[in-house]
Design a protein around this ligand. Structure first.
Ligand SMILES: [Zn+2]
Length: 555
């Protein structure tokens, strides 16, 4: 059936299998079944509402509400939320049950939950089992990393997004099983590459796009199984090395190479979507998946719809940032290992949870915030199983009257200003638009101009001295000040790449532009005119091939 989005007034489709899914997850409390109603807003607006609650990149100097000690936080000091360090939050020095509230029939449920959530201290960043990774969020099992997010099992990685099982990578995004990579985007299994995009099994490559099983390639696109190629032409090893040597290390030469690279990228053949080893999937960046529709950045997953970032997930609809085997979820943002949780935010290692935020190792809770190892709680108050069933049934009936049942937390409940949230990456809004929609806007900290003489960065990395790590540099794009970390300098020298002239924020922003927005268009293959769904709109200038035409051409 077609429905009209209550926010945009645009029509969107609800299929029979969507309805079957909602029926399957509809719960029974106190002997009464509570059907989850079909969504009232479009999948895109649902994504906006959910991801407006996640901050991946904006870090703030805040202080612990327990010890008063300074700490790094994804929550602004002026947010009105209390934050604890990881040690404090996981300690027994506080008990979130002490913040418990009685349910009040005269107030809306979201109003009461928001009140509770504002009182309960938050974990300063969402990170687990890391070592020396203070400036990261949305990370797990990482060591010595700095300013990365959506990343697991990494070591010595800096400035990046979605970095999985990788080592010594700087300024990269969407990379898996990589080592010694610089400015790479969507690469699987890469070693010692610089400016390599959309590639698999690549070693010692520079400025390349869409390579498979290649080594020693420079300024190449659409190649499979090649070695010593320069501008897509085979060269003798000595000649290749001579040509590459003319470029390395120098900022000016890199700028020239980037221009040539951009020209090559505009002319190359693109596959309609980055879907690898998958069956019956639509979306983009999908690997080893089955029956995942309108989903993006998905790995090893099945039977999902409308997902942004999923690793090993099953039977989920309208979810974002789901990791390590979550199963059976609707409208959830950010989980690890959960079963049957719905309308939740940052809930980990838990099951049968409804409308909960920031909980770990819990089961059977409704409308709770910041709990650990609890069961049968409502608004952070403990109940017996029978009382829990009864009160939950009463609250859902109340929510049905207020049209809250079946809806995710409103954006007004978000602890994150819209412009610092992931929603801003996916669906950017101007300051004015944010204010017109009554979302929070986080003012940028004022930044001062550099005092004193500007440090002149040598053109070639070989001439850069260690003293640069004491200097304050000015971003050529934003005018913001930034520094080079000692480990970063060592990396640039080893990789023979020049010092970046842009600050990390600008680099991050530019890198994310390599990804199309999460909208699927109906269009045709440039070659055979077969209809297909792609994130490349029909009026984009690139050459877009269907799977068959692409495989015939790129060998
Ligand atoms: Zn075709």
């Amino acid at each position: 059936m077609l429905k009209t989005c209550e926010i945009t007034s645009k029509q969107f489709e609800i299929t029979n299998s969507d309805l079957e899914f909602l029926t399957k997850i509809s719960p029974t409390f106190n002997g009464k079944r509570f059907e989850i109603p079909p969504p009232t807003i479009s999948p895109e607006e649902r994504m906006r509402r959910r991801t407006a609650h996640r901050n991946e990149w904006s870090f703030h100097h805040n202080k612990s509400a327990m010890s008063g000690k300074p700490l790094i936080s994804i929550y602004r000091p002026d947010s009105g939320y209390k934050v604890y360090s990881h040690d404090e939050w996981f300690s027994d020095k506080w008990d979130p049950i002490n913040y418990g509230q009685d349910f009040n029939e005269n107030k809306s449920f979201f109003e009461q939950l928001h009140e509770l959530d504002k009182n309960v201290p938050k974990l300063t960043t969402t990170a687990f089992n890391n070592e020396n990774c203070e400036f990261t969020s949305g990370t797990g099992c990482c060591k010595n990393c700095y300013l990365i997010n959506c990343s697991e099992y990494d070591e010595d990685c800096y400035y990046g997004k979605l970095i999985q099982s990788s080592k010594n990578c700087v300024d990269c995004a969407f990379i898996y099983d990589c080592e010694l990579m610089y400015e790479c985007f969507y690469v699987r299994n890469g070693y010692n590459c610089k400016f390599v995009y959309y590639s698999q099994n690549v070693v010692d490559c520079w400025f390349c796009d869409d390579l498979k099983n290649c080594q020693n390639c420079f300024l190449c696109t659409n190649l499979v199984g090649k070695k010593y190629h320069f501008f897509n032409q085979a060269l003798a090893k000595e000649e290749y090395e001579k040509r590459v040597k003319e470029f390395v290390g120098s900022f000016q030469n890199f700028e020239s190479a980037k221009k040539l690279f951009n020209d090559l990228r505009a002319k190359r053949i693109y596959k309609y979507a980055n879907i690898i080893n998958s069956e019956n999937c639509t979306g983009d960046f999908i690997n080893n998946c089955k029956n995942c529709l309108n989903s993006f950045e998905m790995n090893d997953s099945q039977d999902c719809k409308n997902i942004q970032v999923g690793v090993n997930i099953k039977d989920c609809m309208d979810c974002s940032n789901m990791y390590i085997k979550p199963e059976l979820s609707y409208e959830v943002l950010s989980t690890l290992e959960t079963y049957n949780i719905h309308f939740c935010l940052n809930v980990y290692y838990s099951n049968n949870m409804w409308y909960c935020l920031n909980c770990k190792s819990c089961k059977n809770c409704f409308g709770c915030s910041g709990l650990q190892n609890q069961e049968y709680c409502i608004l952070n108050k403990k109940y017996s199983k029978e009382e829990y069933e009864k009160l939950t049934a009463k609250i859902i009936t109340h929510m049905q009257k207020n049209t809250e049942w079946g809806e995710y937390f409103p954006i007004s409940m978000s602890a994150i200003p819209y412009n610092e949230s992931v929603a801003q990456d996916y669906l950017p809004l101007s300051k004015k638009e944010i204010e017109n929609k009554n979302f929070k806007y986080g003012q940028e900290d004022p930044f001062s101009k550099h005092q004193g003489p500007e440090y002149e960065i040598p053109d070639n990395i070989i001439n850069v001295k260690n003293e640069i790590t004491d200097k304050i540099l000015t971003c050529q794009e934003s005018g913001k000040l930034y520094k080079i970390l000692p480990a970063e300098l060592k990396f640039y020298k080893q990789m023979q790449v020049p010092i970046p002239r842009l600050c990390p924020n600008e680099r991050y922003r530019l890198r994310l532009k390599n990804r199309n927005s999460f909208t699927l268009y109906n269009r045709t293959c440039t070659k055979c005119f077969k209809p297909m769904q792609s994130t490349y709109s029909p009026n984009r200038p690139e050459i877009i091939y269907c799977e068959e035409c692409y495989l015939k051409e790129i060998i």
